[in-house]
Design a protein around this ligand. Sequence first.
Ligand code: UDP
Length: 241
Amino acid sequence: GQTDGPYRRVVLKLSGESFAPPGERGISMEEVVHIASQTYRAMQQGVEIAIVIGGGNILRGAQFTAGNSSIQEATAHYMGMLATVINGLALQDALESLGCETRLMSAVKMDGVAEPYIRRRAKRHLEKGRIVIVAGGTGAPFVTTDTAAAQKALEIEADILMKATRVEGVYSEDPEKNPHAVLFRNLSFQEVRDQNLRVMDPTAIAQCMEHDLPILVFNYRVDGNIERAVRGEKIGTSVTS
Ligand code: UDP
């Protein structure tokens, strides 16, 4: 159906941490189903949703190699990319158990597990009302799935990149460390850069800025927030030109 909201197509970046119980690692299907049902309801507003899935609940390349000389950093990044495929499979089944049609696409070729990510095919799935889950990040090491999310959003011509996090939005400082940190409601890309604010990784910010792609950062832990975000309600922090 057609949406009354401002967005036709969105990319939703889900961190791996949204798949683990708070403060823990790994995957809990209870958490996955919870975020899947939030996303499915948002999609039923008539918005096309492509999810770029992270892998941090299982492994992050940079962290895995820190202080460890027995593994090359590139190898660890490939391990991280594979972690996103594990998450993607879990998310796909969770969505389908709710009755939502999905396609899992991977930037890392993996026949029998996921379709290869092909831009035009991804767009076609979205047009047909399927939620597309993009795993494997960019398929290249030394970046994160934030960068993949920005890149995919540009490729498939999404109207906005939505980053779901465990805090309300973008703060002046880490709100989990400093309770006096100030929450921003609106920011320009320039302000994000000048103040070195932690929105997404710098490569992702640079790409969004260069191509005028707005970003919304919001709290996925608040029930209904994904729906509110796709309806264009004022939640979280929006970053625009
Ligand atoms: N990764 C990569 N290339 C990509 C995307 C991800 O090498 O294009 C690796 C990287 O090591 C990253 C890990 O996969 O740390 C998991 O992704 P990410 O840290 O973005 O997961 P999230 O923090 O969103 O859960």
